[in-house]
Design a protein. Structure first.
Length: 275
């Protein structure tokens, strides 16, 4: 069933558990993630990142995901990840996304609040939820223009009160696209932010965070964890193994069968940690 973040995150934040948000890059990942969610009876968020939005467009992505999400037996949120342009956010809302992220993290605090608040009005008019970011979560590769800036608790308070967002992404030592769990999380900063707002908090770059730290974070109102890199690595490794196992095989559905199984297993593992 289709839902938005408000149907999932407040209860999770208040109960000390979290919902996994998977960036997906094709039908196989959508099918595998939904199968994992249904096998565990867990709600899940399926997200379209900037690369995927550029590759197939938000209309194409919505067409690929919405029907499967609506037919699922568990709550599914179709979410637009980091987006810096209002026009793309509005196109995603028209296409049927149930949630969007307007990322004003590269703006000044006042501009971030003002532009996010305008987008929030539109998102809410569509019945969708909106996520914003305060501070700036860096990338290991692929986004050289994105700065690294820890979230100031006072800025988080102002943003939470004035931006109209339903969930707030924070920068506390987490890093996008890390392939190893080497992030050093500033838990004191997280606790300070959590004490100042009732908003569900969001952590991006979850692959780079140790499992023990994920467990600590979800007790501090972090209710949404974005997951991408571990699924991309699982896809590539399992596909290479499938191709190598039978060099004469050209049937895509046969080749993808073990890939789907691997993706479902990894998705379920992540959900078990966060749930």
């Amino acid at each position: 069933m289709l839902v938005n973040l408000n149907d999932m995150l407040p209860a999770a934040a208040n109960a000390g558990h979290a919902v996994a948000c998977f960036n997906v890059f094709g039908n196989e990942e959508v099918v595998a993630v939904l199968a994992a969610a249904e096998s565990l009876g867990r709600g899940v968020i399926i997200a379209c990142n900037k690369d995927m939005a550029s590759h197939m467009g938000v209309v194409g992505f919505a067409g690929m995901v919405r029907g499967l999400a609506a037919a699922a037996s568990v709550p599914v949120c179709v979410h637009l990840d980091h987006c810096y342009e209002e026009e793309t956010v509005f196109a995603a809302l028209r296409a049927g996304f149930t949630s969007v992220m307007f990322d004003g993290s590269q703006l000044t605090l006042e501009d971030n609040i003002a532009r996010t608040a305008r987008v929030a009005l539109v998102a809410h008019a569509f019945g969708a939820s909106i996520e914003g970011e305060i501070g700036s979560v860096p990338y290991t590769e692929g986004r050289d223009h994105i700065r690294s800036e820890l979230t100031e608790p006072s800025d988080a308070l102002a943003f939470s009160q004035r931006s109209g967002v339903d969930a707030m992404a924070i920068s506390v030592g987490n890093v996008h696209r890390l392939q190893t769990s080497t992030s050093e999380i500033d838990f004191e900063r997280v606790a300070q932010i959590a004490a100042l707002t009732d908003l569900p908090l969001v952590i991006h770059g979850s692959t780079g965070i140790r499992e023990a730290d994920l467990l600590r974070l979800k007790k501090l109102r972090v209710a949404k964890f974005n997951v991408g890199t571990t699924m991309r690595m699982t896809f590539a490794r399992s596909l290479r193994a499938s191709l190598d196992a039978d060099l004469a095989q050209f049937d895509r559905l046969v080749l993808m069968k073990p890939v789907l199984a691997a993706l479902q297993a990894e998705g379920a593992r992540v959900m078990e940690v966060l749930g």
